[in-house]
Each structure stands twice: as C-alpha cells, then as structure tokens.
Write a protein that binds this ligand. Structure first.
Ligand code: ATP
Length: 436
C-alpha cells in the first residue's frame, strides 16, 4: 500500500536523512530543501537511471551540461522574459497569495473561504534575475535558467557539427532550474530550486507526430520500469485550451500523489518554434541540410521534460509500505534497486574484533561495484528494520560461521528470505539477483 499521506514520507525522509528543510538551524528557508546522505544518493540514482535510459542505452541521444546563468537575449528569444509568468491574486481578507490558474474555484480563497476577496490578477514573472559583475548595480543582467531546455537549442548547431548526428536525434541535459514560484508547495513537489531531466528530440517535421506518440509511451513506461505501479501513472493529453500556442500536442505523465493525479513530466511537440526563434534572434543558422535529399529544413522538436526532484517524491511515495514480519510491524520502502540509496547493507552479526576484518573485506568487495552501507550498531533485527525503512534491497550478514565456511547470509528486503552464499560467489549471485 503506497503512502496515503505526504507526511508519512516527509517524516521518514527527515528522520532517516533523505531530505531536510534548508537552513533549518536559522529557522528554515521556505520551500527550499537539502538532500542528506541518503537523499543525495537517491536523487543521483534517479538522474543516473534517466541518463542510462535516455542516453546510454540509445545511439541517438547526446548529453550536455550547459550553464545555469544566462544573458537576457536567450530568454528574450525563448519568450520567457515576456511570457514566463503566472497570474497572481492576493486575498484582501487573509493576505494570502495564490496562483489563479491553480484554484479550484477562482472566486473563493482556499485559505479563509471568503468569496470575491481577490485582487485583480497580476502577471508575475517566475525568473530569478541577478547581476553578473563585480560591483553591485553596474553588472550586466543575468538570469538563472527556469528550465534546462534552452541550453539544447542554443547549442544545437555545435552539437550537430561535433557529433555528426542527423535528425532524428536528441540532446539531453540534467541539472538545476530555478523558478520564483508563487505558491511552492507539497514538499519537494514544487520548489523554487529544483532539478530537471529534459531531452529535445530533433526530427524531420513529417515524423513529428509519430515520435511524439513514441516518447509519450516511453516516458510513462520509464516510471513503471523503475518500480512505480502502473495504476499510479497515466498519460493525460492536454485539452486544446491548455496547449502552448506553438505546440501541436502535449501530454503529461501524471502520478497519483496523495492529493490526486498531478504532473510528473510533460511531453510536448514544440514544432520548430524554439530553433526558429533563436535563429531569428541570433542571426545564426539553426537548421539541418540533408545531403541525401538536398533539402534544408528546421527540425521539429519533441520534448520530454521531467523533474528529478519531483520524480524522487513520486518514487518514495509509491515505494512506501507497511507490513508485518513475525507479528512485528515494519515500514519498508520497496524502491527499485537502481533507485534505492544503498544497494546493499553489510551487517556483521556482532561488533567483535574477530568478525570485523572479514566484514570489511566483504564490504570492500561489494563497494567496488555497488553503493554499500556498513552498519555494526544495535541488534541485527533493528538493523534489518532500518535497512528496510531506507529501501536497501539486499543485506549481507557476516556471522561467526562465516569465519569457518567463508559464506555469508543474503537477506531480501521484500520477502525477508535468507540464503547462504559462499563469499567467492557473492558478487555473481548478487548481480544475478539485481540484474546489474
Ligand atoms: P507546473 O504546472 O506543475 O508548475 P510546468 O508545467 O510549468 O509545471 P514544465 O515547465 O513542463 O512544468 O517543467 C517540466 C517538469 O519540471 C515538470 O513536469 C516537473 O516535474 C518539473 N518542475 C517544474 N517546475 C517545478 C518546481 N517548481 N519544482 C519541482 N519540479 C518542477
């Protein structure tokens, strides 16, 4: 049974070192979070799993890492300076601020319930503006990127030239984005600083519809392949009135959050809008000449745009479970082995000196390939529970018999089944179990 309440996950994550409120020693910085020892490993795994599927396992997508700071020209051309805003209303009764487009009832304040208490809607630009230069007030304006996507458009020609790819091909990027959200909420679901995983797939215009369908399905399946039950993720095509003016089709992958189905990722057919806008503004040619057909064209773009931090919230919520082992209640995160912070825990049965050297040898053997947690505190039952609660798929126990038989016990998080495995077969056994 996945988590029904966000607080179940928020509490566990704080207690176990996944996600903390940022600057908590100063009272906390609202809507900003730090990823602790487990959260940073898990977030990295989410991003690695995305890169593995989107880049490593394909031959048509290239990875880049573009700058976070950018000059106004980029955001002028992309339309963000003019249009990247949300309609903002203030309640004159209780002084709370809301996004008009996210209100269930645009006439009633969700905080105090007053009707018709809102100010006129104002457009609020979501970009963080700063100054690049040594003296305050004299530097050039710069912006923190509100999405990673523009880096793929501004580098299109360079990547095309250096990689010798031809459409259909994609450029992918993972990294931080910043939006001055009016109503950051729901923990790491909507924050002002977050991480995105985006890919721009450049295609001949005639193939755009077919690739759009392809990426919609691929992206929904990605979550399922990484452990989200299929009834918790769905594709929701946008209605005509939701579509951006340049998009001929957009679908969201939605996840069943405790507050209902909500966006995890958007897949859009962005046509040739972005490349044309940047070509016009920069004066550079951003098109493709096909030597086989002697045709020059501006590729259409299919964009799957996901949030890494939001995906992490979804993976945690979906993985949460409570069950009973030998009459004792336990909390378990049934995370996919590629997503779990630690893949394996090495647990010597006792802290005695006689066991420690062998336990460390086993840890070293495994840590060469996997992220391993080594824990020798408390009794073994409590240590298993801790590993279950942080989602570690396998625990390897080194006991006194191990000194004689050179074997260890491998325990499965989900079934709690245990098998004895010779140490010299341990790596092979584990890799067969995990599939990597
Ligand atoms: P929303 O309507 O939820 O604000 P959006 O449609 O503006 O999101 P996109 O611009 O399509 O979002 O961004 C792509 C993805 O980036 C989103 O699906 C989400 O996973 C992630 N994302 C966007 N804004 C945030 C945020 N403030 N905090 C965390 N993740 C975000």
């Amino acid at each position: 049974m996945p988590a029904q309440d966000l607080d179940q996950i928020v509490g566990l994550c704080k207690r176990r070192g996944f996600v903390y409120q940022s600057a908590e020693i100063y009272g906390g910085f609202r809507s900003t979070y730090d990823y602790g020892p487990l959260g940073s490993l898990m977030l990295r795994n989410v991003k690695d799993a995305w890169v593995r599927s989107m880049v490593q396992q394909r031959d048509d997508v290239l990875l880049i890492d573009a700058a976070i700071l950018g000059p106004p020209q980029v955001w002028q051309a992309s339309g963000h300076l003019a249009n990247f805003s949300d309609p903002l209303v203030d309640c004159t009764e209780c002084k709370t601020r809301h996004r008009l487009d996210k209100l269930d009832d645009p006439e009633t304040c969700p905080n105090c319930g007053t009707k018709n208490s809102f100010t006129e809607a104002r457009e609020f630009n979501l970009m963080f503006k700063t100054q690049a230069g040594p003296v305050e007030g004299t530097g050039a304006d710069a912006y923190l990127r509100p999405e990673t996507a523009q880096g793929m458009f501004t580098n299109f020609a360079q990547v095309l030239q250096t990689s010798r790819k031809k459409p259909p091909f994609g450029i992918a990027q993972v990294g931080k984005s910043f939006r001055n959200e009016i109503t950051p909420q729901n923990w790491i679901f909507r924050t002002r600083e977050f991480e995105q995983m985006e890919m721009e797939f450049f295609v001949p215009p005639a193939e755009a519809d077919q690739w759009y369908e392809y990426w919609c399905n691929e992206r929904r399946n990605w979550y399922i392949e990484h452990g989200v039950p299929s009834d918790m993720v769905m594709l929701r095509p946008h209605d005509a009135d939701e579509l951006s003016h340049y998009s001929t089709g957009t679908s969201d992958v939605e996840f069943k959050f405790p507050w209902g189905f909500d966006e995890l990722e958007g897949i859009a057919n962005r046509t040739d809008y972005d490349l044309k806008a940047h070509a016009e503004a920069s004066g550079e040619k951003l098109d493709y000449f096909d030597p086989q057909t002697n045709e020059r064209y501006v590729p259409y773009v299919i964009e799957p745009a996901a949030g890494a931090t939001r995906a992490m919230a979804a993976f945690l919520l979906a993985a949460y479970d409570e069950d009973e082992i030998n009459g004792e209640k336990r909390t378990v995160l049934r995370l996919h082995p590629r997503i779990a912070p630690y893949t394996i825990a090495v647990l010597p049965l006792s802290k005695k000196d006689t066991l420690t050297p062998l336990a460390h040898d086993v840890r070293k053997l495994l840590a060469d390939r996997y992220m391993v947690d080594y824990d020798e505190t408390q009794n073994i039952g409590k240590r298993y529970r801790r590993q279950d609660e942080i989602g570690t798929p396998l625990a390897v126990t080194v006991d006194f018999d191990s000194l004689d038989d050179n074997a260890v016990t491998v325990r499965d998080r989900d079934t709690t089944d245990q098998v004895r495995v010779p140490i010299d077969e341990l790596l092979a056994t584990i890799s067969a179990r995990l599939g990597f």
